[in-house]
Structure formats: C-alpha cells, structure tokens
Write a protein that binds this ligand. Structure first.
Ligand SMILES: Nc1ncnc2c1ncn2[C@@H]1O[C@H](COP(=O)(O)OP(=O)(O)OP(=O)(O)O)[C@@H](O)[C@H]1O
Ligand SMILES: O=C(CO)[C@H](O)[C@H](O)COP(=O)(O)O
Length: 303
C-alpha cells in the first residue's frame, strides 16, 4: 500500500475549510478519506479559553507538538488516538482511534505554523476570503450551528483580530494554492486563485479569455493568479473542467456532478468557482497518489 496522501486546508475560522473539504471527501469516497479537524487539538475548552483570555488562534492554545507527531504518524500510514473537540458545546469528548486511508484531509487554523507541520502536507491550500465575507460567513454559521448570538460572534471576531494577523494570515505564504473568494456581480462568489511554485499546476492559460466568459489572469508578476468569475459561463466552466479531467484520465471514475456545492443554513447552493477550485485540488491529490504509488516521495518541486 502506498503511503497516504495528505492535504492541508488552512485558513481562519469560517474561511470555508469544511465547505471545500466536504466536496472533496464526497468525490474521493468517504471510505478512502480520513478527515481530521485540527480544532480537535485545542489545549483549552471554551470555558478555559475565557478564563485564560486566550483565543483558539494562538499556538499556545493548541497542542502543536502532538499535532506534529500525529500528522507524521498518519503520513506514515500508522493509526493515531485523536482527541475530540465538540463545537456543539465547546468541550472535549472521548478520543477516537483513527486509521489512515488513501487520502487524509487535515483542516485547521494553524496547519502551516511550524516547519514540521508544513513538511507533512503533499498539497497545501490556504483559504483567504475577503474579510467582510468571512465575518458574514462566521456570524451566519456560528449563530445557526454553534449556539452563539450575533453580538457574541462580532465581539469574538474583534478579540481575535490581533491573533489572526499574527498567526493565521501569514501562513498563506507557505501554500501551494491560495483561494480568495470575493462577492461577484452575479450573486455568486468570484475566486482569485494564486498558484504557488511548490507544485506543477495544470496550465489553464489557454482558457484565459479576457473576461469574455469568466477566466482572467489578475497578476502575471512572480505569482500566477487566476480569477474565476462566479458568473462564468457554465458551458465554458465545463470545458475547463474537462481539460483538467483529461490530465487525470486515470481518475475518471471519480467524475461527479456534485462539485461546487455549499450550504447556507440548511439550504444547498452551487458555485462554479468553488467547483473549479475543488477540481484543481483534486488534480493534485490524485497525481500525488499516482506518483507515490510509482515510488516517488511526492510531487513537491524543490525550491
Ligand atoms: N466557497 C464558498 N461559497 C459560499 N459560501 C461559503 C463558501 N465557503 C464557506 N461558505 C459559507 O461559510 C460558512 C462557513 O464555512 P466553513 O464551515 O466551511 O468554514 P471553516 O473554515 O471550516 O470554519 P471553522 O474553522 O470555524 O470550522 C459555510 O457554512 C458557508 O455558508
Ligand atoms: O476558530 C474556530 C475554528 O473552528 C473555533 O471558534 C474554535 O475551534 C473554537 O470552537 P468554538 O467556538 O465552537 O468553541
């Protein structure tokens, strides 16, 4: 059995980590994916954090050393006894025995904070939605699913701002793919996707069409940033998706119509830009798996 392929999905609270991850798990098949939420490695529960006046974004509020140990074990294909943090009431549950499957997705706040953590990931995604959008997503989600009031969430966001700036946002520089969702003109979210040099990405420049149908290059400087309009012509999006699928024909059994889904409250919506981002991430996961199966250690390009 080749070792598991490890994806990191890192970003601030309510940046969309679970949303992007959920689609990938569905696509790869739950039976093939181990899903780890790094929130489980909080050192303090909700009451203790209030007593210590510390936010969950601070490394001292998390067992960073145990995260490093556990994720290394998972990468080596060995099981872990994972702690459990329960968002429903902000307390810890009993640990669970986790066996690594073909793919492991680790989503969390501080996944790229240390060198040892960064080394674990075959693919590193960082989510950086426009800050006002993230605040809105957090208020909606925390009030509907985590038992907070709007005022409590807004106060908490203000309390966290300094730790966000110090510990969370700087991690974007370690990512292979940085995704910034912004509200678009079409009632949909546009995505700005910055592709780092650590991996070789599928070349989508032949589809850049000067905003005629929805794919442009924002910044052709040192980084390569694609802008995917939320209002991209669905037929054109399907053509681009087809080109990415062509480059991973060995994974064609994974094809699904259900990419790009997200929920607002209990309502299901779909976003073309989210679907394309998920497909780009999937491309890297399946190509990493193919390369590891052939004996390589991964796909990372030496920098
Ligand atoms: N790409 C997206 N398009 C539309 N809405 C989104 C998207 N990503 C996230 N959202 C909205 O934001 C909410 C919060 O997202 P999500 O739960 O995925 O964040 P998270 O980063 O996993 O949060 P946390 O770390 O706090 O658990 C979702 O319930 C959804 O309504
Ligand atoms: O920043 C967060 C990531 O999910 C959470 O707020 C943190 O994990 C603490 O959870 P809760 O607010 O449910 O006590």
């Amino acid at each position: 059995m080749p070792r598991p392929i490890i994806l990191g999905v890192v970003g601030d609270s309510a940046a969309g980590k679970t949303t992007i991850t959920r689609g990938l798990v569905r696509l790869l098949g739950e039976e093939h994916v181990t899903h780890i939420a790094a929130d489980d490695y909080h050192r303090f529960d909700r009451r203790q954090r209030a007593e210590h006046a510390i936010t969950p974004l601070h490394p001292a509020c998390n067992y960073m050393d145990i995260m490093e140990q556990h994720f290394r074990e998972v990468r080596a294909g060995r099981p872990i006894l994972k702690p459990v943090y329960r968002h429903q009431d902000g307390t810890f549950g009993a640990p669970v025995y986790v066996t690594p499957r073909q793919f492991t997705i680790v989503e969390g706040l501080l996944g790229y904070h240390t060198e040892a953590l960064r080394e674990v990931f075959d693919v590193r995604v960082f989510l950086a939605p426009l800050e006002e959008l993230r605040r809105k997503w957090k208020v909606d989600r925390d009030c509907s699913r985590r038992g907070y009031t709007t005022d409590q969430v807004l106060e908490e966001l203000d309390r966290r701002e300094s730790d966000s700036a110090t510990f969370i946002r700087p991690q974007r520089r370690f990512a292979d793919i940085v995704v910034c969702f912004v509200p678009g003109d079409h009632g949909q979210f546009d995505a700005e996707v910055t592709l780092g040099r650590g991996l070789v990405h599928p070349d989508l420049t032949p589809f850049v069409d000067g905003d005629q149908r929805g794919l442009t290059i924002v910044d052709a400087g040192t980084e390569h940033t694609l802008a995917i309009s939320g209002g991209i012509d669905p037929g054109y999006a399907a053509t681009i998706e087809e080109a990415i699928w062509d480059r991973m024909h060995f994974a064609s059994h994974l094809r699904s119509e259900r990419l790009g889904e997200f929920t607002v409250g209990t309502q299901l919506h779909r976003s073309e830009s989210l679907a394309l981002v998920q497909l780009l991430v999937l491309y890297h996961l399946v190509t990493a798996r193919a390369s590891v199966a052939l004996g390589a250690d991964g796909l990372r390009v030496a920098s």
